[in-house]
Design a protein around this ligand. Structure first.
Ligand code: SF4
Length: 468
């Protein structure tokens, strides 16, 4: 009895099998294929010339990139290799085998298109009723820049490097002239106008350094490989990174995103809100974000825009610890009716004057009492003659947010922030192992980040469709 199924490597088929037969109907590649076919890529298409060799259709390259980014493959080389052996890639590439340079160049050259593509995919999610804009959770993560840290120097460092390269170039030229002279003697008719490879590389490096020197400021440090990348602190220490910002719906659809060179989050919330409303054409009612985004200016602008903030200030989480210190500002109770503060000794602090902190763009009302002069607890309360309590003019906004966050509804809604946006970063960094960008420069890195985000949204569409 034959125990095994027949080996069919030379079997002839009545009808040759199609690549379609090897990709199941419920495969992610099918959803990507369908979505990309519906996208408008005319802005890319019109840049191709009708003269010369035919190019791969932009939709093919876009499908490969989205499938790669959805499954954690971001290397153009790996995508090109998979087009030869992975049926999903072969299906998306219509059985073509684009070279890795073609894939890489397409990704590099279409930064502007990826912004449009990100918005178009959000619109697809809206058509499928997957987007509820009311409450949006905002967060950020640092992703490493594609740089070598040893290529970071200050102005003096680059000037010194330039001198060294000039010396190296001079040595290469002298050596080449000697060789030419020798070869002329031997062969008599050698072309002497070709730059040695080593010299071309040095000249390229020199020109890069000269470019950096035109923009570097005194005491500033710039990385030669990615001039836009900045040193930022993350969980592992200080690294050249980009600060990646995003806003998501409670269903986990990313509705706003950009990568920035500024490490702080405070100034990013308002642009994120603006982008969310533009991308979705809908109004945000609740904004959830961690304390890194909190500032009086943010509270003020959200109030003006009629958006309810669930954003704790930097001291909110230290309330308990601070309350334990009897003389902490939190133990001075504000009496709104009389516009006074009551200190731990039960004394009233009255309004004295307005104080302006120009650097922080803050104006505060200062409160004090002459009772401090005779107070037995003075040495524990203040080092000065009397204790001052300052009340920022926008303090009521902060108090309102704190009160809101202290309610059970506020706590429950704030918890949803962690359940929606933080898993997205986890998936990107832990499951897909994306810790570093492939592209360099602000514009291109932003495009690559959008590629990650739109691929995430397409995966959500895939799950939505397969669950239906
Ligand atoms: S030093 Fe002044 S503010 Fe502090 S406890 Fe005494 S009276 Fe109150």
């Amino acid at each position: 009895m034959n125990k095994f199924k027949a080996i069919k490597d030379d079997q002839l088929y009545l009808l040759p099998p199609s690549i379609e037969d090897f990709v199941p109907a419920s495969h992610l590649a099918r959803v990507i294929d369908e979505i990309v076919e519906g996208l408008d890529t005319s802005s890319i298409e019109e840049r191709y010339s009708e003269i010369g060799q035919k190019s791969y259709h932009p939709k093919i390259l876009l499908k490969l990139l989205i499938y790669g980014y959805s499954t954690g493959v971001v290397s153009g080389r790996k995508m090109a290799t998979k087009c030869e052996s992975d049926t999903a890639y072969m299906f998306l590439a219509s059985m073509y085998r684009p070279d890795f340079r073609t894939i890489n160049d397409f990704r590099k050259d279409n930064a502007e298109y990826f912004k449009k593509c990100f918005v178009d995919v959000i619109k697809v999610c809206q058509q499928l009723q997957m987007v509820r804009v009311g409450t949006i959770a905002f967060d950020s993560t640092k992703i490493l820049a594609n740089v070598s840290a040893k290529n970071t120097k200050d102005k003096a460092g680059y000037e010194q490097w330039l001198i060294e390269i000039d010396q190296q170039i001079q040595r290469i030229i002298t050596r080449a002239e000697e060789v030419n002279h020798q070869e002329d003697k031997e062969h008599g008719n050698l072309r002497g106008d070709e730059l040695p490879k080593e010299l071309r590389q040095k000249e390229r490096l020199k020109s890069k350094i000269q470019q950096v020197l035109t923009r570097i400021k005194e005491a500033e440090k710039i990385n030669l490989t990615d001039n836009d990348a900045h040193i930022m602190k993350d969980k592992t220490g200080f690294n050249y990174s980009y600060n990646c910002q995003a806003g998501t719906t409670l269903d986990g659809i990313i509705v706003s995103a950009f990568a920035t060179t500024s490490a702080g989050d405070k100034v990013q919330l308002l642009p994120l809100i603006e982008q969310t409303e533009q991308n979705t054409n809908e109004k945000i009612t609740n904004a959830l974000a961690d304390s890194g985004y909190a500032s009086y200016q943010v509270y003020e602008r959200l109030e003006e825009k009629n958006i309810t903030a669930y954003i704790p200030d930097q001291q909110y989480n230290q309330q308990e610890k601070r309350n334990a210190d009897l003389f902490d500002r939190s133990n001075f109770t504000y009496d709104e009716q009389n516009d006074t503060y009551i200190c731990p000794q039960g004394k009233e602090l009255h309004f004295e004057r307005v104080y302006q902190n120009k650097k922080k763009h803050q104006k505060s009302r200062l409160y004090s009492t002459s009772e401090c002069l005779t107070c037995p607890l003075k040495s524990q309360c203040t080092k000065g003659n009397k204790r001052y309590i300052n009340r920022e003019l926008r303090e009521p906004l902060r108090e309102k947010v704190r009160q809101r966050l202290n309610t059970p509804e506020g706590k429950a809604l704030y918890r949803k922030r962690m359940q929606t946006i933080e898993p997205i970063w986890g998936n990107l960094k832990e499951n897909k192992k994306i810790r570093r960008f492939n592209l360099r420069g602000k514009e291109k890195v932003n495009a690559e980040f959008l590629l990650h985000c739109l691929s995430h949204n397409i995966t959500k569409i895939y799950k939505h469709k397969t669950a239906a």
